[in-house]
Design a protein around this ligand. Structure first.
Ligand code: AMP
Ligand code: GLY
Length: 425
C-alpha cells in the first residue's frame, strides 16, 4: 500500500517510523515532512490544507491511505472533500469528518455535546459578542481562577487561566470585542478551573468499536518546574503511573462510550484517532478538551511502546473488523524530551546547523520535528527541533538514557527540560 502522512513534526516522523516496519506499507510519503522523515520516507513539499495539491499527489502516487497528523486538515474537512476529487472515491482517510472534528474545532460544540450526553467536564457558559455585559457580570461572580477559551482553533494559544476578575474581564473583552485570537475568539467558553493531574488518553475508533492506545502525560510549559509560557509540549511520559485499571474503567464508561454513542446520535459518528485531554480530580476523570488527532510529543512516547502493527488496525477498521484488534504494548517506561530553539514558544532563529549523534543506542529513538536539509546538512527549521524518546525498566532509567542522548545533540540555542516526569520520580 501507498501511505501519505500529512504534517512535518515529531509526531509525523514517529508515525512514519512506525509504519516503515509494517508489512502492509510499500511506500510512505510525508507532506511536507522534515529532515528525519526524508531518511525513511519520501517528502513532498505541499501543505496539508491545500486539498487540491493533496488530491493531485494522491492520484500521481496512487495513495491508498492518508493519515493527517494535525487537526487543521481534519477540521477543514479533508475527510469529506478528498473522496469527492476525481479518481479518489476509494481512498481511506484516517480521521473524523468535518462535523465530527467539531469536537476539537469548536470548544462550544464540545461543551454542549458533553452536557447533552452527561460526560464529566468543568461547568461553563458560552458568550458571544452581543453578550459581553452578561459575560463580564458572570466573571465578576465566578470563583477565581477561571478559564477562558477561544471557541475555535488558535494554534494552542486560545486558553487563558485568569487569577483575578479584572484580568478575566479584560481578556474577555479582548477576545470578544477585539478578536484577540481572530475568528476563533468570536465565541468564548468561560469554564470552571479544575484542580487535579492531567493525563492524555488516546483511542482509535471506527465510530462504534474502539481500541485504547497507551496513555501519556505531556509537559506543556516551557520551563522546569512547570513554569514559563505554554508550548506545544516539551516532553512526555508513558505509561502514567497513577493511571490504573480502575481509572481506565471510569474513562471508558463515563467518557469514551458516551462520546462515541453521542456522536452517532448527533448523526456524525466519530472515526479515527481521538485524544482525550483529561484532568483526574480525586481519581475521577473530567474532559478538559477533545482533540481529533494524536498528540505531539505524546505520539513520540507512545508509538515506541506499541509492538503491534498499527497499519493492520487501520485496515481492519476499514473492513468493519476493529473488534478483532488486540494491541500488544510494551511494559517499559517511555520518556520523551523535546529539544527546542532558544526563544520558543516566542520568536526563534532558523537555519542553524545541527550536530546529531553518530549512532542512537538500542531502546532510544530520535525523532525530527523542526528540521530541514540545507545544502547537504541538517538545520533547525522550527521551535521544537527534535524529540528524543527512551524506553527503560522505569522512569529513572528512561530519563537517564534520554538525557544522555540529548547531550549528544548540538545546535546553537538548544534548550530542553531536565525535569520531565518529575512528579513521578
Ligand atoms: P488546551 O489548550 O485546551 O490544551 O488547554 C491548555 C491547558 O490549560 C491545559 O493543558 C490545562 O493545563 C489548562 N486547562 C484547560 N482547561 C482547564 C480547566 N478547566 N481547569 C484547569 N486547567 C485547565
Ligand atoms: N501535546 C498536546 C497536543 O498535541 O495537543
Amino acid at each position: 500500500m501507498h501511505i501519505l502522512i500529512l504534517g512535518g513534526g515529531g509526531r509525523e516522523h514517529a508515525i512514519a517510523w512506525k509504519l516503515s516496519s509494517s508489512k502492509y506499507c510499500d511506500r510512505i510519503f510525508v507532506a511536507p515532512g522534515n529532515a528525519g522523515t526524508a531518511q525513511i520516507a519520501e517528502n513532498v513539499p505541499i501543505s496539508p490544507v491545500s486539498f487540491a495539491d493533496v488530491a493531485d499527489l494522491c492520484r500521481e502516487q496512487s495513495i491508498d491511505v492518508v493519515i493527517p497528523g494535525s487537526e487543521d486538515a481534519l477540521v477543514a474537512g479533508i475527510v469529506d472533500e478528498l473522496p469527492r476529487a476525481t479518481g479518489l472515491q476509494q481512498i481511506q482517510i484516517v480521521g473524523p469528518s468535518r462535523n465530527a472534528a467539531r469536537l476539537e474545532g469548536s470548544k462550544a460544540f464540545a461543551k454542549t455535546f458533553m452536557q447533552r450526553y452527561g460526560i464529566p467536564t468543568a461547568s461553563y457558559r458560552v458568550f458571544q459578542r452581543q453578550e459581553i455585559e452578561a459575560g463580564k457580570a458572570y466573571l465578576r461572580n465566578h470563583p477565581m481562577p477561571v478559564v477562558l477559551k477561544a471557541d475555535g482553533l488558535a494554534a494552542g494559544k486560545g486558553v487563558l487561566i485568569c487569577h483575578d476578575p479584572d484580568e478575566a474581564v479584560a481578556h474577555l473583552e479582548a477576545m470578544l470585542l477585539h478578536e484577540k485570537f481572530g475568528e476563533a475568539s468570536r465565541r468564548v467558553v468561560v469554564e470552571q478551573y479544575l484542580v487535579g493531574v492531567e493525563v492524555s488518553v488516546f483511542l482509535f475508533t471506527d465510530g462504534q468499536h474502539y481500541v485504547v492506545l497507551p496513555e501519556a502525560k505531556d509537559y506543556k510549559r516551557a520551563g522546569e518546574g512547570d513554569t514559563g509560557l505554554n508550548t506545544g509540549g516539551m516532553g512526555a511520559v508513558s505509561p502514567v503511573p497513577f493511571v490504573d485499571a480502575d481509572f481506565m474503567k471510569k474513562v471508558e464508561e463515563r467518557i469514551i462510550r458516551p462520546t462515541l454513542q453521542g456522536m452517532q446520535q448527533e448523526g456524525c459518528p466519530y472515526q479515527g484517532f481521538l485524544f482525550l485531554g483529561l484532568m483526574a480530580v480525586n481519581g475521577d476523570p473530567y474532559v478538559i478538551e477533545y482533540n481529533c488527532r494524536l498528540g505531539d510529543p505524546e505520539t513520540e512516547a507512545i508509538l515506541p511502546r506499541i509492538r503491534s502493527d498499527i497499519m493492520e488496525m487501520l485496515l481492519l477498521a476499514r473492513q468493519g473488523r476493529l473488534q478483532q484488534v488486540q494491541l500488544t504494548v510494551s511494559e517499559q517506561q517511555a520518556l520523551t524530551l523535546v529539544l527546542a530553539s532558544a526563544g520558543y514558544p516566542g520568536t526563534y532563529r532558523k537555519g542553524l546547523p545541527i550536530r546529531l549523534p553518530t549512532s542512537v543506542p538500542e531502546g532510544c529513538f530520535l525523532f525530527h520535528a523542526g528540521t530541514a536539509r540545507q545544502e547537504g546538512s541538517i538545520v533547525t527549521a522550527g521551535g521544537r527541533v527534535l524529540a528524543i524518546t527512551s524506553l527503560g525498566k522505569d522512569l529513572q532509567a528512561a530519563k537517564e538514557k534520554s538525557l544522555k542522548l540529548a547531550g549528544e545533540v548540538d545546535f546553537e540555542g538548544k534548550y530542553f527540560r531536565r525535569d520531565i516526569g518529575w512528579e513521578f520520580l
